[in-house]
Design a protein around this ligand. Structure first.
Ligand code: C2E
Ligand code: MG
Ligand code: MG
Ligand code: MG
Length: 298
């Protein structure tokens, strides 16, 4: 019956529409809850840090670790920084959270240093922290308070954050460098900044974004891009780290291209501070190998 069919179709449409709205409301509510929970997370001690080692290719051992934040939510379990850092950026909570990360990373690292494990520690800074006029004072204060040596601290700044630069950002970076703190440009290749601009920045390390590493061996264009990024960076005097290494083959090719350091699940997932000592006696020897070499392994 035509009328009945029409009746059903209309109602179905309306219902779908209602479901859709209900979905959006639910999402907005979830987000609001998460934001509320985020406000209390610091006081409730729900954050902790994990550390992922970076292999120095020449030495064949781990010389530094990157601190990565995790949120142990009381009901939802562990929440990824990808899901709450953007929220914290929007509402300004990233400032106290970022300070907590820096203080905790330095304090935990001092403990390993006391045990003779002298790894550098890299801490991620969000764009809002870099714009904070108190950043330098806060960093220096935390170094003094914890006793962590400034020349073993690396601050990771994304290429995107540096592109919204202004004179203050540049002054901040120079002041940090004058205090022996090192700077890494994170997620390199995703921000379209020119090499001509980058070479003027007081940067020590360039971190090739993991998206390039993931697709490294997929096609010749991609290989050419990564190779060019690495050699340009090196020629400008930066030390190059590649992140997201998941296979031996990726490691071999990146070594062949001249990368200085490698980070990724192939070597180690991020681990807790208590497990740092496991990294110390590890020795890795990666054979440089051209991308054209026939792969005998598979
Ligand atoms: P990032 O700084 O580029 O960190 C690298 C991310 O790649 C980490 O994800 C790490 O666990 C992941 N990763 C490392 N090796 C591999 C691999 O072989 N394969 C794959 N698929 N992934 C790998 P995580 O810990 O989820 O952090 C994501 C992002 O969240 C970070 O990217 C950083 O931008 C941000 N983040 C993490 N901790 C902090 C923090 O304390 N402060 C700020 N502002 N941002 C943070
Ligand atoms: Mg990073
Ligand atoms: Mg990165
Ligand atoms: Mg990233």
């Amino acid at each position: 019956h035509a009328d009945t069919a029409m009746y059903y179709a209309k109602n179905e449409g309306r219902d779908n529409c209602q479901f859709y709205n209900a979905d959006l409301t639910l999402q907005a509510e979830k987000r609001m809850h998460l934001e509320n929970d985020l406000r209390n997370a610091l006081q409730q001690n729900e954050f902790y840090l994990v550390y992922q080692p970076q292999l120095d290719i020449t030495e064949g051992n781990f010389q530094s670790v990157e601190a990565l934040i995790r949120w142990q939510h009381p009901e939802q379990g562990i929440i990824s920084p990808l899901d709450f850092i953007p929220l914290a950026e929007e509402n300004g909570l990233i400032i106290p959270i970022g300070e907590w990360v820096l203080r905790t990373a330095c304090a935990e690292a001092v403990q390993w240093h006391n045990n003779g494990q002298c790894l550098d520690v890299a801490v991620n800074l969000s764009p809002m922290q870099i714009k904070d006029s108190e950043l330098v004072n806060k960093v220096l204060g935390i170094l003094t308070e914890t006793g962590f040596p400034p020349n073993q601290l690396v601050l990771e700044i994304t290429e995107g954050a540096l592109m919204e630069h202004n004179e203050n950002t540049l002054t901040t970076l120079h002041t940090l460098r004058n205090h022996q703190i090192k700077i890494a440009l994170d997620d390199f290749g995703t921000g379209y900044s020119s090499m001509n601009y980058l070479r003027r920045l007081p940067i020590n390390y360039i971190k090739v974004d993991q998206s390039f590493v993931r697709d490294l061996l997929d096609n010749k264009d991609n290989l050419a891009i990564v190779r060019a990024m690495i050699s340009l960076s090196m020629n400008l005097g930066f030390s190059v780290t590649a992140e997201g290494i998941e296979t031996l083959r990726q490691a071999q090719v990146l070594k062949y291209f001249g990368c200085n350091a490698l980070q990724g699940y192939y070597f180690s997932k991020p681990i807790s501070a208590e497990k740092i000592h496991c990294l110390l006696n590890q020795k890795w020897s990666i054979q440089a190998s051209s991308p054209n070499a026939i792969d005998h392994e598979n």
